[in-house]
Design a protein around this ligand. Structure first.
Ligand code: FNR
Length: 386
């Protein structure tokens, strides 16, 4: 369509060779407050820096003379094969990053043959996301509402839509204090102020697209108007207990994942309660700041659950080398949030595709240089943690 041709930036994508390149491109494409909503974290943003540093500190131990002319990057994740040990994490308000929103992300994930997790805070309904890529693996992330009947209805909808897995996020009893959002005065939907008007002038393409495609539909999804922290405070249930997990376990017939585990104790408890998988995650440093880097926890948690449930990781994954490190330390897959959103902001669906492509290329090369023929061969012997 004319609008897409005229305004969707896509040309510079080919010059983005790393996730950081996509991040830089993204920054130039969207209003500063939108970029900061994605890029930022909670409080002093110390946790996400440490989570990243943990990956940076990994030292590889390559083996040689291993004939790596052919490598197989595919991986088993929650009972089925994916092209990479990679999953797209749930992210709220995705149409704010780019007007094509969740469907763009779901299509790119489907083409890359990796699962995508739609968020409860998504700005496109579960049926529409499923329908835009019917053959793909769809997961749904659940926040439990204070109004439990609404959550129950949502779970039924997701079940009826045929989602493969449900992922309950448990690290958000209240909203994290994302100081960039506070300073930027970010609201959902964005409020028209002198500042946003100035932002429009600086990023006309983003505003044009936002205003011409069902104006800022995300407000309609939640029926809410305010800051993210207010939204969480009003809607999310801060009183969750193991009984709520049991309630959900009884209702959800397929794979049940718990996201936001940050201690060995909780990993054990959730495995005992019957979680099929857990995600060791600090929510990208967006909730409690200064938690233990997920990568440091990973081998301890994998050892503690001892095969009782699968373990995934996220927060700070930015390269194929990070994927290899996560997998070598026992995760079945790593999830990414910001990396694909940088791609989305930089260039819509093609940008997401580029982000996955970058990680896939880096992962393949890392396997070859490590002397590893396939994902399953990656093991603790290939890394050393300082
Ligand atoms: C998130 N995350 C998130 N998690 C969740 O369970 N439900 C949600 O709605 C959201 N929303 C959300 C929005 C944005 C903009 C970001 C960046 C993140 C957290 C997400 O699923 C994941 O845990 C982190 O993004 C992982 O860290 P990285 O990859 O962003 O460093």
């Amino acid at each position: 369509r004319l609008r897409a041709a005229a305004f969707v930036p896509g040309r510079p994508l080919a010059s983005a060779h790393t996730i950081e390149d996509l991040r830089r491109l993204a920054r130039r494409r969207v209003p500063g407050s939108v970029f900061d909503y994605v890029d930022g974290a909670a409080e002093q943003e110390i946790g996400i820096r440490r989570a990243r540093a943990a990956f940076d500190d990994v030292q590889f131990r390559p083996r040689v003379l291993k004939d790596v002319s052919q490598v197989d990057t595919s991986a088993d994740i929650l009972g089925a094969r994916a092209a990479l040990p990679l999953v797209l994490a749930p992210t709220g308000f995705t149409r704010m990053m780019h007007h094509a929103g969740e469907t763009a992300v779901a299509r790119a994930a489907a083409r890359a043959d990796i699962p995508y997790t739609l968020s409860t805070m998504g700005t496109t309904g579960p049926e529409e996301v499923r329908a835009c890529a019917p053959e793909a693996r769809h997961w749904f992330q659940l926040y439990l509402w204070r109004k439990r009947a609404a959550s129950e209805a949502l779970v039924e909808r997701v079940d009826a839509a045929g989602y493969e897995a449900l992922m309950l996020t448990v690290d958000t009893p209240v909203g994290g204090a994302r100081m960039r959002d506070v300073r930027n005065g970010l609201t959902i939907p964005p409020t028209l102020t002198l500042r946003t008007l100035a932002g429009m002038a600086a990023r006309p393409a983003w505003w044009w697209n936002a205003l011409t495609t069902e104006p800022l539909k995300f407000a309609a999804m939640t029926g809410f108007d305010g800051t993210v922290e207010e939204l969480v405070g009003r809607m999310f249930d801060p009183a969750l207990s193991p009984a709520d997990f049991a309630w959900l376990r009884a209702r959800w017939p397929r794979t049940l994942v718990v996201k936001g585990v940050q201690t060995v104790e909780d990993a054990r408890i959730l495995a005992d309660l019957g979680a099929d998988a857990i995600v060791v995650s600090s929510h990208g440093g967006r909730q409690l700041d200064r938690t233990v880097p997920p990568l440091h926890l990973l081998p301890r948690i994998v050892a503690a659950v001892d095969g009782a449930c699968e373990v995934l990781i996220d927060s700070g994954v930015r390269s194929g080398a990070d994927l290899a490190a996560a997998r070598a330390l026992g995760a079945s897959a790593a999830m990414i949030g910001r990396p694909y959103l940088y791609g989305l902001m930089a260039g819509g669906e093609q940008g997401v595709e580029r982000a996955i492509d970058v990680l896939g290329t880096e992962y393949t090369r890392t396997l070859q240089l490590l002397g590893v023929k396939n994902t399953d061969e990656l093991a603790a012997e290939h890394v050393s943690l300082r």
